[in-house]
Design a protein around this ligand. Structure first.
Ligand SMILES: NC(=O)c1ccc[n+]([C@@H]2O[C@H](COP(=O)([O-])OP(=O)(O)OC[C@H]3O[C@@H](n4cnc5c(N)ncnc54)[C@H](O)[C@@H]3O)[C@@H](O)[C@H]2O)c1
Length: 378
């Protein structure tokens, strides 16, 4: 049994949304051990949380810079090998950059940075570091999303011609209509979230899902945002027309004010030989549509699935795979990469996905602000 990988956590404290997902994912395949952290900007809060989850306190640092300084003093055999960045968006770039510059592997939440320029700087730092870098577009870790990717790669849909990804949430509806409430949410603060709320937070997942499953790149887009109020600087809803390679066209729809919607991510890919449809709120069903045959439903765990999908399934068919499993699969892929073991490129999103994501977010803002014009991606 290889030794556990020494993992440091940045953000993801007891008050956070996403921290528990990362911690469970890291432990799912017994590959990681959390050896230290900065869970919060308040040291006492970090220490309290470390006590609550029983992490040794001597490596719970007062801030990120201290973490780097102190960890670099340790022998390599004890030092954190990988750090997972789970803070609000504006901290991803400075943290990930310094980690790479000091030779750490990095797992980074999305959006990878707050600007495309930062993303490209990070890409260069990563090239120099040569370490493993993963961006946690969690949904790519679901077995049925992996199955979708593998079926498309195997040509089962033939030539792709239409894509449709939708990510609808409603949680900003109770907040957006009250100006004082708006200012309490970091996702509506450009200083903390970056230039976009809705596209930066969830539209970018939909974008990534399209490129992950089809293997094609979005070449240009036209975006129309809704801000709901003139004094609100951040989009809370948007519709994006997209053009990809080879006459493939489609749409990305994202909303944080789709009243009553929970986490409604859905993706449909249509080709000359058939279509595939997957919905995040029913993740164990992958629908295959055909002109000539009855509807087929793929389910996780069955031997008819691809190797990549089966690798992401732990229990026999009928035991639902959920969001924790999806993130666990991503962490397992990263562990394999850190250990120098063989892995499938579909096991985790990379720096390239992170850079593409920022290219997408900035293009949507440029398109909307330019008067709903077509904008090319690099
Ligand atoms: N992959 C996904 O599906 C997914 C889902 C939700 C959130 N996210 C991303 O995860 C990140 C965090 O989102 P969240 O909803 O958990 O945010 P959150 O506000 O709930 O939690 C942020 C955490 O970061 C900590 N933090 C803030 N400043 C810090 C600092 N200077 N040093 C150390 N810790 C600090 C806070 O104390 C808190 O524990 C965001 O980038 C978000 O886009 C990704």
């Amino acid at each position: 049994m290889p030794k556990k990988i020494r993992l440091g956590i940045l953000g993801g404290g007891g008050d956070s949304l996403i921290g528990v997902l990362h911690r469970v994912a890291a432990h799912m395949f017994d590959s990681y051990e959390i050896v230290g952290a900065v869970f919060s900007p308040e040291h006492e809060e970090s220490l309290d949380f470390a006590r609550a989850i029983d992490i040794p306190l001597n490596r719970v640092y007062k801030d990120f810079d201290t973490l780097i300084t102190e960890e670099m003093k340790l022998p390599e055999s004890e030092r954190m090998q990988v750090c997972s960045v789970q803070t609000p968006n504006f901290l991803h770039f400075p943290m990930a950059k310094k980690l790479l510059d000091n030779g750490f592997h990095v797992i980074c939440e999305k959006p990878m940075t707050t600007t495309y320029e930062e993303a490209r700087i990070l890409q260069e730092a990563h090239r120099k570091a040569g370490t493993v870098f993963a961006v946690t577009h969690t949904y790519t870790g679901y077995p049925m999303v992996r199955q979708m990717r593998e079926m498309i790669r195997a040509g089962e849909l033939g030539k792709i011609h239409k894509v449709d990804a939708r990510y609808y949430q409603g949680w900003i509806n109770p907040i957006i209509h009250d100006r004082s409430k708006r200012s309490t949410v970091w996702r509506l603060d450009p200083e903390k979230a970056g230039i976009s709320s809705c596209m930066g937070d969830i539209g970018v997942h939909a974008f990534n899902m399209i490129e992950f499953t089809t293997g094609l790149q979005i070449k240009s887009l036209l975006c129309d945002f809704n801000y709901l109020y003139d004094d609100n600087q951040m989009d809370v809803d948007g519709t994006v027309l997209i053009r990809m390679d080879n006459h493939v066209k489609g749409v990305i729809r994202a909303s944080q004010v789709a009243t009553g919607e929970e986490n409604g991510l859905a993706i449909c890919i249509y080709g000359e030989k058939g279509g595939l449809r997957w919905e995040q709120e029913r993740p164990n069903f992958l629908y295959r549509l055909s002109d000539t045959q009855s509807l087929q439903v793929y389910r996780p765990g069955h031997q008819y699935n691809s190797e990549l999908a089966l690798d992401g399934t732990k229990l026999p068919p009928g035991h639902p795979e959920g969001i924790f499993d999806a993130m666990g699969n991503i962490y397992r892929g990263v562990a394999r990469a850190i250990r120098g073991e063989a892995y499938n490129s579909g096991e985790f999103p990379t720096m390239t996905d992170g850079v593409r994501g920022l290219n997408f977010i900035e293009a949507t803002v440029a398109s909307h602000k330019g008067g709903n014009v077509w904008v090319d991606l690099d």
